[in-house]
Design a protein around this ligand. Sequence first.
Ligand SMILES: Nc1nc2c(ncn2[C@@H]2O[C@H](COP(=O)(O)OP(=O)(O)OP(=O)(O)O)[C@@H](O)[C@H]2O)c(=O)[nH]1
Ligand SMILES: [Mg+2]
Length: 345
Amino acid sequence: MQIGIVGLPNVGKTTLFNALSRGHAQVERYPFTTIEPNIGVVEVPDERLERLKELIQAQEVTPTTVKFLDVAGLVKGASEGEGLGNRFLAKIREVEAIVHIVRCFTDPNIAHIPPDLDPIRDIEIVHLELALADLELIERRKKRIEKDPRAKEELELLGRVQECLRQGELPELNEKEKEALKGYHLLSLKPTLYVANLGEEEEVPEDLKRYQPIGICAKLESEIQELSEQERAQFRAAMGIEEMGLEKVIRESYRLLGLVTFFTLERKKLRAWTLEGGKDVREAAGKIHSDMEKGFIKAEVINYSDLIRIGSLSQAREKGLVRTEGKDYRVREGDIITIKFHLTR
Ligand SMILES: Nc1nc2c(ncn2[C@@H]2O[C@H](COP(=O)(O)OP(=O)(O)OP(=O)(O)O)[C@@H](O)[C@H]2O)c(=O)[nH]1
Ligand SMILES: [Mg+2]
């Protein structure tokens, strides 16, 4: 799972990236600091792991992870190769979702292009560049298939998408159409989470709320990540912070992508995994090991909420709450799964 961080130059993309990944990618007060993309593996915070660990006396706990990609800033004209535009756009095509960060903090020492602060305009600049890049791609594809009688449906669909993007709108698509467009990796259609990068004292501006952004202070978040775990806990308690902005970003990305978390427990090793929503338990097995998917026999499943309610695995078994499920069972959020499989050679 890869999530790309996009936005204008110098808005705090790398700062957010570093905070998320506890990394030390270069952050500078001038634009176009990031040239080559930074990739970071981010652990997904999940308080259920702590509770499960206690309850089943796990000795080792491994959270699930998601990859974040931090790329060069986008400017007007990027779709035509302005700035580091092209390179940026090609990288973003590969991601499953976008975190679009918009600058809301004021700091005269940190250049902003364009110079004044206008978050809505900034979002629209990015949208426009993404749409232009998509339109170009659609145009090329249409040319290639326009004489093919079998491609009539595809042509129609592309025409409709094109019309919407030209109007600055997003097309309404049914599942079949979404599927048909998947191979295009259209930037405008990627699920997007907006993040308002605020100054320490600021709130999300009223007019920005239509994008339902998560407000964070990237600089502060990255500084807090530098603290030891203990210091961090103290800081949070003192400030009364229940959930860090970063945790919200990760949680919301999950929701946006329709991802579910499932757990496995093997010889006192507790582990969380990520699965696309709607997938069945055999595909879940494949996340763990391809052999498990190939040789899948059945799965034993109990949901986290049931286990916590009952309080122990053995009692849950006695009460028949640990179910046996076949390959078509659709994995639910928080399922704890044991896969039974045979080795196929
Ligand atoms: N005051 C303030 N400064 C910030 C905040 N977030 C980032 N900055 C500063 O803004 C500057 C740019 O931050 P970066 O994270 O490098 O921005 P970027 O979007 O990755 O920039 P490019 O890679 O050049 O496109 C740095 O000097 C940061 O310290 C914030 O929340 N408040
Ligand atoms: Mg950067």
